[in-house]
Design a protein around this ligand. Structure first.
Ligand code: HPA
Length: 260
């Protein structure tokens, strides 16, 4: 079923934005597809909405449901606006990433607490249009401390290993990074590298949403594989296989999170 929604349509306990390799809500069957009109154009995909464990959940595939939207073309403003319109307050962003520092090997899960934005040319604010009041959001801590804590608690309750903290560097993509770029990111303090963490986090803050990132490590970032010179090149098959392996852990984590 598909329905056009103009205004607030009841509250949603948790929204999940799925990244590369995650195009449907893991653990759930078919959910109602909701199309939300936004002043910023179309969302990446219809928003899937339904009840799970007695709570209302929404899911949005950031790259579209068949991965047709590259990181620099994602309509981040429309996606977050639409979730906000549906009455969402908490947004769990799943980001498929490369690992830079040793704790973040393939198939690790992490909740970063910092980010560095290396993207360019993306519309990164709702204050873009003439006449829109300018907001200088506070962004010292880019993620919601309370939602991060809920994720950490949910992981503890379900016995799921989770790296607590770390810095996500967000690159432009869609190409992967050079070894020198990743070496610079390491010097800058990045633990993880992905392509979609920004401007999503900043837009969520502008809308007053509680937003946190759950990073799924799909590969060692360029030059970071402990195998050194004998490391094999990153392939999309490797990325998708590692995301699929991690996906099995997510339903239990989401179920625990929904109880918080
Ligand atoms: N770099 C950037 N984004 C990514 C990577 C990477 O190595 N792996 C998955 N997403």
């Amino acid at each position: 079923m598909s329905a056009a929604v103009a205004g607030k349509a009841g509250s949603v306990d948790l929204a999940v934005i799925g990244g590369t390799g995650l195009y449907r809500m893991p653990g759930l069957g078919e959910l109602e597809a909701v199309v939300v009109d936004t002043p910023y154009g179309a969302t990446s995909a219809p928003i899937r909405r339904g009840e799970w464990h007695g709570r209302q959940i929404a899911f949005l595939a950031r790259h579209g449901e068949s991965h047709g939207v590259p990181p620099h073309k994602v309509n981040y403003r429309a996606n977050l606006w639409a979730l906000h319109q549906l009455g969402v307050q908490r947004v769990l962003a799943l980001n498929t990433v490369g690992g830079i520092t040793p704790a973040f090997g393939p198939q690790a899960l992490g909740v970063p607490d910092q980010l560095i934005d290396y993207t360019w040319g993306r519309i990164s604010t709702y204050c873009e249009e003439a006449g829109t009041p300018v907001q200088h959001i506070e962004f010292d801590q880019p993620y919601s401390a309370s939602l991060r804590q809920c994720i950490i608690d949910a992981a503890s309750a379900t016995g799921i290993a989770l790296e607590r903290g770390g810095c996500l560097g967000v690159t432009q993509g869609p190409r992967l990074e050079t070894r020198a770029e990743v070496a610079r990111m390491l010097r800058d303090g990045c633990d993880l590298v992905g392509m979609t963490g920004m401007p999503e986090a900043a837009l969520a803050r502008e809308l007053g949403l509680d937003y946190a990132c759950l990073a799924i490590v799909a590969n060692w970032a360029a030059g970071c594989d402990p195998a050194g010179e004998s490391a094999v090149a990153i392939t999309m098959d490797e990325v998708l296989a590692n995301v699929a392996a991690v996906t099995d852990r997510l339903p239990a984590l989401f179920a625990a999170l929904l109880q918080s």
